[in-house]
Design a protein around this ligand. Structure first.
Ligand code: ARG
Length: 480
């Protein structure tokens, strides 16, 4: 991106220099205002220049333009690229969008050769290409940074494979789990988000350049050549679809919304866990804020903002779905409105993932508070019921009933299940022996849950090892 945002100027030509051949009057200021996208689509300048370079190289290779023209075009495009990056490029609203701004400047720089660049191309396949390249890069970025968040969780899960905490359903204490297991639940979620990104990339990895306005072109272009030069697997197969499809952007917004939803659930847990009432975690000073009036406060603002970002990301998905839903094939100007929603969602998702990664890596786990809470709320009641089934042969439903009576008894005596006298337990079922106390502990409860995918610390350690190996293979592959 340009360091200094360059100013957008309005030119006083009588008609648009790109398409104004049959026009005698210049557009009304309101027309210009509603039509111009340059204030936001300038973000696509690098993709636009890359596309034009690939296109002109191919045109020259196929003898459609001369190689001296192609050379001049490349040189001019390089100049434009540095002008945009240094902030000296003058963007013009009269030239509508990034495509025409660049082409007009190219014409000023190199003269008539610039006019040959648009041979066998239209802004329709040009914008489809630029936007697809941008969305593909952003999807790759999301894939990469979700990997960092996963790494942060793996570290926490490894350290806290045996740290007990209450597991919740309905936000009521249900059964003890380990914090490591809870952390690994997020590893699974974010790994699925990544796989959605990888899937989406596979589908969007087709190059629309060469579809021209909508019907293809009579020029002997080589679409495989441009697709390859631009890093796509292959060219798209239908010109009409190529210029009218925006589902690559919708897939990005869908996977962004799902990931934002995961981030938001985590954010909500962090907000709850960091209250003095729960006190399960302490956020670092780097990722929290203070109150200007209440000196004792440490607020989880970053988590709250991550939670809130989900709203605008979901909004972007709904906006683009709604923009697209009524459009006949192929291109309609409505589609110019595809970009801001995606830019906004991308920027905010990137920020949310980074903030969450920082919060998670910096966060201190209060194992004592977690352990105290893990034992409260009769969280080991299921362990008593399971013991009755295993050791006395009671059907589970009956065991459930006996355990319910034991909970009522403990509640009345204001103690835990493990504190009840053996005689009291035997009054509920005479088959109960003192060996029942062997299972009535939070540690034993979690250690016993060794079923595949269960919370036992031994399982958690295996899962951490499994994901760490996967991550190492992946990051090792990349650095090759
Ligand atoms: N700025 C336009 C967009 O973003 C470029 C394509 C214009 N095509 C056209 N036929 N008017 O959609």
């Amino acid at each position: 991106m340009a360091k200094k945002p360059a100013k957008t100027k309005s030119k006083s030509t009588n008609s648009n220099q790109m398409w104004g051949g049959r026009f005698s009057e210049r557009p009304d200021a309101i027309m210009e205002a509603i039509n111009a996208s340059i204030d936001y689509d300038r973000k696509l300048y690098a993709q636009d220049i890359a596309g034009s370079k690939a296109h002109s190289t191919m045109l020259a290779a196929k003898g459609i333009i001369s190689s001296s023209d192609a050379k001049a075009i490349h040189k001019g495009l390089d100049t434009i690229s540095s002008e945009i990056e240094s902030g000296s490029f003058e963007f013009s609203a009269a030239l509508e969008d990034i495509h025409m701004n660049i082409e007009a400047r190219l014409s000023a720089l190199i003269g008539p050769a610039a006019g040959r660049l648009h041979t066998a191309r239209s802004r329709n396949d040009q914008v489809a290409l630029d936007f697809r390249l941008w969305v593909k890069q952003q999807t790759q970025l999301v894939h990469a940074i979700l990997g960092n968040l996963i790494d942060a969780f793996l570290e926490k899960a490894e350290t806290h494979a045996a740290t007990v905490m209450p597991g919740f359903t309905h936000l009521q204490t249900a059964q003890p789990v380990t914090f490591g297991h809870h952390a690994m639940a997020y590893v699974e979620m974010f790994a699925r988000d990544r796989s959605r990104a990888a899937d989406a990339i596979t589908r969007m990895d087709e190059c629309p350049l060469g579809a021209a306005a909508l019907a293809g072109t009579g020029f002997p272009i080589d679409r495989k050549m441009t697709a390859k030069a631009l890093g796509f697997r292959e060219p798209t197969r239908n010109s009409l679809d190529s210029v009218s499809d925006r589902d690559f952007a919708l897939e990005f917004l869908s996977l962004a919304s799902i990931s934002a939803m995961h981030l938001s659930r985590l954010a909500e847990e962090i907000v709850i866990w960091s209250t003095p009432q729960f006190n399960f975690v302490r956020l670092s000073d780097r990722f929290s804020t203070g109150s200007s009036i209440m000196p004792q406060k440490k607020n989880p603002d970053a988590a709250e903002l991550v939670r809130a970002k989900t709203g605008r990301i979901n909004g972007s998905l709904i906006a683009l779905l709604t923009i697209m839903k009524g459009l006949p094939l192929t291109y309609s100007k409505d589609m110019q409105e595809d970009k801001e929603a995606v830019f906004d969602a991308a920027e905010n998702l990137e920020l949310a993932i980074a903030a969450m990664t920082g919060m998670v890596s910096d966060m201190t786990i209060n194992s004592d508070a977690m352990a105290a809470a893990a034992g409260s709320g009769f969280s080991i009641a299921t362990d008593l019921a399971d013991w009755l089934v295993r050791e006395t042969g009671l059907p589970f439903r009956e065991a459930h009933h006996v355990t319910g009576a034991a909970v009522a008894m403990a509640e009345k005596q204001k103690c835990g299940l493990e504190d009840l006298a053996l005689a009291d337990l035997q009054s509920l079922n005479p088959k109960i022996t003192k060996s029942v106390f062997d299972v009535l502990s939070v540690q034993k409860s979690v250690a016993s849950r060794k079923s595949f995918g269960g919370t036992a610390p031994a399982n958690v350690k295996k899962q951490v090892a499994y994901w760490k190996k996967k991550r190492a293979a992946e990051t090792g592959e990349k650095s090759k």
